[in-house]
Design a protein around this ligand. Structure first.
Ligand SMILES: Nc1nc2c(ncn2[C@@H]2O[C@H](COP(=O)(O)OP(=O)(O)OP(=O)(O)O)[C@@H](O)[C@H]2O)c(=O)[nH]1
Ligand SMILES: [Mg+2]
Length: 306
């Protein structure tokens, strides 16, 4: 386990306070806790509320069907029921520890839609790894957007990481070069940045597959994480993104960015449930320091104890 991100994010409560209002409080407002059992109306309302809180249609239906099926389900236990279910969902999605192996090359492949926060995440990860004394190489795999490599250059300098970039080159070849350099010069970490938008979605997915193929061929044992970056504000669309990217590049985990804004973090639950993908990192601002580990316990208590 890699410990650098284990410091807690005290503001998680504030960050998910919107979720708290939309999720737990709204769900509870559908029932009268003194009722002996759920009315069919209340169950429908609970389902609608869960869906509008970004939990996804299937997950919401499952949660409510369970209540329906339980003969003695009591509205007064609703809060506890949800808490236990959410805990189970997060733990079944897998460990939230970022994979890292000492004395080996560690490759992190970062993907996500345009503007999700990929390049910023890479800067933050580079910064953290550098702080831990690691030798870090960034592969500028977004050669499509004019300013992208310049943006990475600035970040990498600030973080003290090195960079492989080649203007307008094929991103797969940039990654190939980065792996060669990393091997020759004994780097600990390669962070691969990728484009979020190309001419169309098909081209983007083909390009990502091509980059992934290079890693799978040149350094399969070194690929530590294939991380999808999701902007916490995207809501239920995040689930669709997870499906599309998962098919193309076989994701291992999710980084949820912009949780410092008015984010609805409940999408984490939908992704954990439907995709079995753990959230491992959270972005809580635009600066290099604004990266934290995702702590499921904290997240759940923030949802329930605001
Ligand atoms: N508030 C906040 N802003 C963030 C966070 N992460 C990224 N941003 C901002 O989101 C914007 C987009 O970030 P980028 O890192 O450039 O996103 P990207 O995914 O690389 O975008 P493309 O390369 O265009 O696909 C920038 O203005 C970042 O400063 C975060 O955790 N919190
Ligand atoms: Mg970028």
């Amino acid at each position: 386990m890699f410990g650098f991100l284990k410091d807690k994010f005290d503001n998680l409560k504030n960050a998910v306070s919107n979720t708290t209002r939309t999720l737990v409080d709204s769900v509870l407002s559908n029932v009268d806790e003194s009722d002996e059992q759920y009315s069919e109306f209340a169950l429908d309302d609970i389902e609608d509320t869960l869906i509008s809180a970004d939990l996804g249609v299937n997950y919401a239906a499952e949660l409510v069907d369970n209540l329906r099926a339980k003969k003695n389900a009591k509205p007064s236990e609703l809060k506890n029921y949800l808490k236990e279910e959410f805990k189970k969902t997060l733990s079944e999605a897998g460990s939230t520890d970022l994979n890292y192996k000492d004395s080996e090359l560690n490759i992190y492949f970062i993907t996500g839609v345009n503007g999700a926060g990929k390049t910023t995440l890479i800067a933050k990860m580079a910064y953290r790894f550098k702080q831990e004394g690691k030798k870090v190489l960034i592969a500028a795999g977004d050669t499509f957007r004019a300013a992208a490599e310049e943006q990475l250059n600035i970040w990498s300098e600030r973080a003290g990481a090195d960079i492989v970039r080649r203007d307008k080159a094929d991103p797969a070849s940039v990654v190939y070069e980065a792996i060669e350099k990393a091997r020759k010069e004994a780097y600990d970490v390669i962070l691969i940045d990728t484009a979020g938008r190309l001419q169309n979605k098909f081209n983007l997915m083909e390009e990502l597959k091509k980059i992934k193929k290079v890693v799978d061929k040149q350094a399969p044992e070194a690929l530590r994480e294939s991380i999808l970056v999701i902007d916490a504000n995207t809501g239920q669309n995040g689930l669709q993104q997870a499906k599309v990217f998962s098919e193309a590049v076989d994701l291992t985990s999710v980084a949820l960015t912009k949780l410092d804004g008015s984010a609805k973090g409940a999408i984490i639950l939908a992704i954990a449930k439907e995709m079995k993908l753990p959230v491992k990192l959270i972005g809580i601002g635009e600066k290099m320091e604004d990266l934290k580990a995702f702590d499921p316990e904290d997240f759940i208590s923030a949802l329930f104890e605001a």
